[in-house]
Design a protein. Structure first.
Lengths: 148, 148
DNA sequence: AAATAATACATGTATATACATTAAATGTCA
DNA sequence: TGACATTTAATGTATATACATGTATTATTT
C-alpha cells in the first residue's frame, strides 16, 4: 500500500517530504515485525543488535565504547543493555587488564546459539520482503546519500 | 558516509540485508536530528505527529482512533499523547455527542501556531538533505514495495 | 610530581514505549 | 428485550529511551 493510503494523507508538498515520512513509517512497520521475533527469544531489538556486534567480534572482546559506536541507535545505553544480557547469561563481562576503565564484553555460548537461531529466523521472515538485489542496492545508496 | 563505514561492518550477506540495516540506521539518524528541533518547542516527535494530524483535520475534530490510524508509529498511545498536549494547551478535548465512547480532539490556536512554526523550521532543516525530487520518488516507491 | 583534562563507563531521572487489561458505550441477534 | 460481542478510550505495568551527572582511571600539561 502506498504511504498516502497507509496514513491517509492525500498528498505531500514535495517528494522529499514524502520520502522522509515514508522512511519513518516503514521503520516502525519493520520494527514491529522484528519485535515479535525478538520477543519470542526474550530480548529487545537493541539487545539483539548488541549480540550481533559481539558475534562479529567473537572471540575477541568488545568494549562498551566499541558497541556504542557500532550500534544502529547511538542513543542506546550499551552499558545497561549489557547488564540485561548478562542477567540472561547471554554475555560475559570482564575487567580489561590493559585499561581498567574499560570492560571486556564477550558473547557466551548460549548467546551465540540464540543469535544464530534468531538470524536464521530473521532471514526467513525477510524473504517476504519484495525487493530485488538491484533495488536494495538503489535504496541503500539513496539512504547513504540522504545522510550527506 | 556509507553504511558499512558508519557501523564498521565490512560487508553484508545480501543487498537486501544491507538495505534493511541502512533503513534502521538512517531512521535513528533522522530521528535524532528531529528530536533536537521538537525539544526546542517542548514536544516529542510523537506529539508533533499528533499535532500535524489534528492540523490536517482542522477545523474538524479527530477521535483517538483516527489519530492512531494515521500515526507513523501505530504502537504509540494516542490517548496519553493527547493528555500531554492538553496539559500544554495545544489541543482541546470534548465529549463526542454522537458516540459517547469517542472523544473529539481539536488543535488549539496555540497548537496551530506551534505546529506552523515547527513545520517551517523542519522544512528549513530538510534543505540540507541531498536528495532530488526524482530520487525521493524512487526511494518512496521502493519503501512502499518493501512493505508488500 | 601535582594539577588539570579527557576518557570510559555507570547511574539517576523523567518521560516514552509496548503491551495487557479494564470500563463504558454501542451493536447484534436470538 | 436481554445476553453477548464489539468498539473506543483510558489505565496499569514493566521496560526502554534520552539525556544529564557522577566516578574511577588514564593522559597531558606545567
Amino acid at each position: 500500500m502506498r504511504i498516502e493510503e497507509e496514513i491517509k494523507q492525500a498528498k505531500f508538498k514535495t517528494n522529499k517530504e514524502k520520502a522522509l515520512v515514508n522512511l519513518l513509517y516503514t521503520y516502525h512497520w519493520l520494527k514491529n515485525a522484528h519485535n515479535k521475533q525478538y520477543k519470542s527469544y526474550g530480548i529487545s531489538s537493541q539487545q539483539y543488535n548488541v549480540l550481533r556486534i559481539l558475534r562479529g567480534q567473537h572471540p575477541k572482546p568488545a568494549s562498551i565504547k566499541l558497541i556504542t559506536e557500532r550500534m544502529l541507535d547511538k542513543s542506546s545505553n550499551a552499558s545497561r543493555l549489557v547488564d540485561k544480557l548478562l542477567l540472561k547469561g547471554l554475555v560475559e563481562r570482564h575487567n580489561c587488564p590493559d585499561d581498567r576503565r574499560q570492560v571486556d564484553v564477550l558473547i557466551s555460548k548460549k548467546g551465540l546459539e540464540l543469535v544464530e537461531k534468531s538470524i536464521e529466523e530473521n532471514n526467513k521472515s525477510m524473504e517476504v520482503i519484495n525487493l530485488s538485489e538491484e533495488e536494495s542496492d538503489v535504496i541503500s545508496n539513496l539512504l547513504d546519500k540522504m545522510r550527506g
